[in-house]
Design a protein. Structure first.
Length: 383
């Protein structure tokens, strides 16, 4: 369905979530068939028979795979916020006095849109980034980094927070969590297949010395159970091919679902704050130091920006490049682009020592501004 506005984009996102969930069992069955091929590889007399034998095992494998997926989704539904905090090292902000500036700016945005205040968390890292997550609007969360709070002024932080709240309003935050869980299940099955393959390899290496002399006679006499090494290798190769294709399709689908939502969240931030300049300036500052390499790719796809996952604007990119997002904000939001900022010295990447929530704020570039001043956007930049 073609999205022509912010509201239709939300409907489009819901439709994509349904399609994502519909495609999940198909890839899960494909992974189960790959596992079944590994199980029958040693007993199949030939490749066609092995393919049939693997298909006959699917009625036993698919229920187990679906049960595993249901358990995984249940854990994600009830504990995804805690899991994300654990993976990213985020600390929950449970009361305003812990992070008064973050709490005040988020609360003002939520009041202006009639939204419930999400759960707030802070990651103690000099990297500049943020993300939103939540299966429902009432159980959503917004997480920002300490580097973002230290480097951006109030108007820029409000723009970033509005961007994340737009993800929650549009259903993108739910879609991101579902996609991450989706790929996580496929990856779990893939890892299990690799472990099974390693086990089979070691078992065969242990018996190859003992069975070398009798292998040829067993094949000629027809008394062997399997069809020989060539059949085993062929079935394992087919299983590996299916597993790799299913994994790649899952990753590509997750990436494609993640890319377009960033443009609409940027537009939603401008709609919420009426300040396209602040969104552009925030993106420029985030681009100076966005990366959290210790965080898994599935979680980094949720972030405002990731330099590694946006390279090349390919099928495997989760984010559009910052330059493309800025161009869209200038063209459609009437913002003014100050241009790319110089890269930061990697020396300050060590974690800050005991940051204080009540410390005075000193923005890196632009002075503090009132984010609630609803002035009309400026004229488009020349050219």
């Amino acid at each position: 369905m073609q999205a022509v506005g912010l509201r239709t984009h939300a409907w489009n996102t819901a439709l994509r979530s349904i399609l994502l969930l519909a495609g999940f069992p198909v890839l899960l069955v494909a992974m189960g068939y790959a596992v079944a091929l590994l199980l029958v590889a040693g007993d199949a007399p030939d490749v066609p028979t092995g393919l049939v034998m693997a298909a006959q095992r699917l009625p036993a494998i698919i229920p187990l795979a679906l049960l595993l997926a249901c358990i995984w989704f249940a854990i994600a539904w009830f504990a995804h916020r805690r899991i994300l905090d654990l993976v990213t090292g985020a600390k929950r902000v449970s009361e305003p006095k812990q992070e008064p500036r973050l709490w005040r700016l988020t609360e003002a945005l939520c009041i202006s849109r009639g939204m419930r205040l999400p759960r707030l968390s802070v990651i103690e890292t000099p990297a500049r980034n943020a993300f939103a997550a939540g299966m429902t609007a009432d159980r959503s969360a917004v997480t920002v980094t300490r580097g973002l709070l230290d480097a951006l002024d109030d108007a820029e932080i409000s723009a970033v927070l509005a961007h994340e709240l737009a993800h929650i309003r549009n259903g993108d935050a739910r879609l991101g969590v579902v996609a991450a869980v989706f790929v996580g299940v496929i990856t779990l099955v893939t890892d299990g297949a690799w472990q099974m393959l390693k086990l089979m390899r070691f078992r065969r290496m242990g018996g190859i010395g003992r069975g070398r002399s009798s292998s040829s006679s067993s094949r000629t006499s027809g008394g062997g159970r399997g069809g020989g090494a060539l059949v085993v290798v062929a079935l394992i190769a087919i299983a590996i091919l299916i597993a790799v294709l299913a994994h790649l399709l899952a990753v590509v689908l997750r990436m494609a679902l993640s890319r377009n939502r960033e443009y609409l969240a940027d537009a939603g931030a401008v709609e919420m704050t009426a300040n396209a300049d602040a969104m552009i300036s925030a993106l420029r500052k985030v681009a100076q130091q966005p990366d959290l390499p210790a965080v898994p790719d599935q979680v980094r796809a949720l972030f405002l920006h990731d330099a590694v996952l946006s390279r090349g604007w390919s099928w495997f990119a989760t984010h559009p490049p910052i330059e493309d997002r800025v161009v869209a904000l200038v063209r459609y939001g009437g913002g003014r682009d100050p241009g790319p900022l110089p890269p930061l010295d990697p020396a300050p990447l060590s974690p800050p020592a005991s940051p204080s929530a009540d410390a005075p704020h000193s923005p890196a570039s632009s002075p503090p501004a009132n984010p609630w001043h609803r002035s009309p956007p400026g004229p488009p930049a020349p050219g």
